[in-house]
Ligand binder design. Structure first.
Ligand code: PYC
Length: 320
């Protein structure tokens, strides 16, 4: 092996169509760090790991990376930090489901419940059954309902601002736009315009939290589903899955509007008509603890080679 070559071992999976690349070895060392400290360590000192794994030529716009780290809490089986081609995510549930099937593949899960430490808090997963994994997410809530924003070329758009592990703006499409795979370009244009309008009008989540995920809902094509969504992710790619943190935000808004009771199942289809099932438990401080269930498959085990002479050793780097 040439001098200075780095070997990064990854396991790839997809959850309901959305990819997750778990970094299992070869990352820089940061002993004793919490996932939030890990995220800042990567962002400030080793961002190359994110760009090399998630950006082209090894990654692509829809790739979500997950660095496995040692948990700092003794009751957790792993810690994890999520990232994509433009930066770091707060939380990611399709990614947590991907991490769970990866940990099962590696024989690193206990029977029953397993806790995973993330920058948004501790989430609890159940070991996969035929690839199906349920994740009990962090507290999620509707921050502001029926917020209006003027969107150039689209007019007044109304939506809810909610936290489900990321900040979302949730819009009922009505007749304004068709939520269908054949309409990806228009959905992307619309949600990008909404995102810019929210920013221009300083509409944020709590404490100025940037709303970097936009979710549009329409009628489902899959008759098992209650609703179908299109989700714009921070890098302006769309989520191939129904988006777990987005489903959590939706569950929180439904509960806040008295349209979903604890124990009732909500079936959220994504743009590919794959489904996440969600239920809620009421949280003592308000909002809910959502549980989201989805199916994932391991698709590859690979060693990434980062060669010092490669002009794109650290990927073709995007900014938002
Ligand atoms: O499933 O939470 C999710 C997610 C966030 C971004 C992409 N997927």
């Amino acid at each position: 092996m040439s001098e200075g070559v780095k070997i990064i071992k990854v396991i790839d999976s997809h959850t309901a169509g959305e990819p997750t690349r778990v970094v299992v070895s070869g990352a820089p060392d940061n002993p004793g760090a919490t996932p939030t400290e890990w995220r800042e360590f990567l962002r400030n000192e080793h961002d190359w790991l994110r760009t090399a794994m998630a950006c082209e030529p090894r990654g692509h716009e829809a790739a979500v990376g997950a660095l496995l780290c040692e948990p700092t809490q003794s009751d957790c089986v792993a810690g994890v930090v999520f990232f994509n081609n433009v930066g770091y995510l707060h939380g990611c549930l399709h990614g947590t489901i991907g991490v769970t099937v990866t940990l099962a593949h590696l024989g690193r899960l206990n029977e029953g419940d397993n806790k995973i430490e993330t920058p948004t808090g501790i989430v609890t997963v159940r070991e996969p059954e035929d690839g199906w994994v349920s994740v009990r997410n962090v507290r999620s809530w509707c921050h502001a309902a029926a917020v209006s924003v003027e969107v150039p070329d689209w007019g007044t758009v109304q939506g809810d601002v909610a936290w489900g592990g990321n900040w979302f703006f949730l819009i009922e499409a009505g007749d304004a736009i068709k939520v269908d795979f054949s309409n990806l370009d228009q959905l992307t244009d619309f949600t990008c315009a909404v995102r810019r309008a929210l920013e221009a009008n300083s509409i944020t989540g709590e404490n100025g939290g940037e709303i970097d995920h936009i979710e549009v809902f329409g009628p489902p094509a899959n008759e098992e589903a209650d609703s179908k969504n299109f989700v714009l992710c921070p890098g302006l790619a769309y989520d191939r899955s129904p988006c777990g943190t987005g489903t959590s935000a939706k569950l929180a808004c439904l509960h806040a509007a008295d349209k979903l009771q604890p124990g009732q199942v909500w079936r959220q289809a994504g743009i590919l008509d794959t489904i996440f099932e969600g239920t809620v438990e009421e949280a003592p401080k308000g909002g809910v603890f959502p549980t989201v269930r989805g199916r994932a498959f391991v698709t590859a085990e690979a060693q990434m080679i980062v060669h010092p002479d490669d002009p794109f050793a650290h990927g073709i780097v995007h900014s938002k």
